[in-house]
Each structure stands twice: as C-alpha cells, then as structure tokens.
Design a protein around this ligand. Structure first.
Ligand code: SME
Length: 155
C-alpha cells in the first residue's frame, strides 16, 4: 500500500467508526487506535486537548506520555501558539522540544480547529528522522477535520 492508499483506508475506517458516536473521547480513542494500526514506523499517536494555557493528554497509543504541555512550548505547544501544522524532521533540533519518549526522533503535530479556535492537537511521533512529509500533514489535517465534524465539544 502506498501512503495515499493507507490514508484513504484510515480515513474511511475512521469515518465509519465515528458515524454513530459523537463523544469526543470515544472518537479520539478510536482515531488513535486507527493511526497506530495503519501508520508504519511510529512510536506514539494521540490527542492533547486544550484547557486554558495547557494541553492535557487525551486518548493515545504508545508509551505513557507527559500529561500536561504548556501552550507556546515544545512542538505541540508551538503548533497551538502559531495555529499551524508542524512537521519536525529532527525533534532534537527543535528548541524546547518536550521528550516524552527518548525513542522519538521526528514528529507531526496538527492543531484541531473549531472555527478559528484551537481546542487541541493530534500528535504523532516516529523513531525515524524525517518520517513525516506534506502528504502526512495534509492527511492528518483531514483526519482532524473529520474528528471535529463528528465529535461534540470536549468538556
Ligand atoms: N514531543 C511533544 C510532547 C508530546 S509527546 O511527543 C507525546 C512536544 O514537544 O510537544
């Protein structure tokens, strides 16, 4: 399967799984499990949800992670502060990177938008350098939009 096909299947299954469910935690849990199942060469995939100036750990697959990240710091916090997707080919070169798992070498962080407000992020880590590209970024942005469309607000 090439990358585009992997993402087509992942998004199809995510759409089906979320079709009858609007609870954001239930949907985030399945989306994390699907990213974990479909995406090769990753060591963490999951959600952080925004509470004020914090990003609080949500459903994920992988090793236990930092429960709380500060908006403006690290890759996740910077993606929120700048309001954009970040593709980081080498996390060790990213000032302020928060190393939850020493095995992570590259990272993709996609903000989740409700209109113009960011309510959280999808975060994916890889043990390989340069694992993520624009195809991954666009596909996970699309998955993020699907999550937002199909889920109620996180309280
Ligand atoms: N590396 C992230 C922290 C979250 S973990 O990767 C799961 C960061 O710098 O924000």
């Amino acid at each position: 399967m090439d990358k585009a096909e992997i993402y087509r299947k992942l998004e199809d299954e995510a759409r089906n799984r979320a079709a009858g469910e609007r609870n954001p935690i239930a949907n985030a849990a399945n989306f994390a499990a699907l990213m974990w199942e479909y995406l090769p060469d990753i060591n963490w995939a999951g959600f952080y949800f925004r509470k004020g100036r914090w990003l609080v750990l949500g459903p994920f697959m992988g090793k236990p992670a930092c429960t709380r990240l500060q908006v403006g710091l690290g890759v996740c916090g910077t993606a929120v502060a700048e309001g954009k997707t970040l593709v980081v080919p080498d996390v060790h070169q990213f000032a302020g990177h928060v190393a939850c798992d020493a095995a992570s070498n590259s990272e993709l962080v996609v903000p989740l938008f409700k209109y113009s407000t960011i309510i959280g992020v999808i975060d994916i880590d890889s043990p390989s350098f340069g694992r993520f590209d624009e195809v991954d970024a666009k596909a996970i942005e699309s998955l993020g939009r699907l999550f937002m469309l199909r889920s109620d607000d996180v309280s």
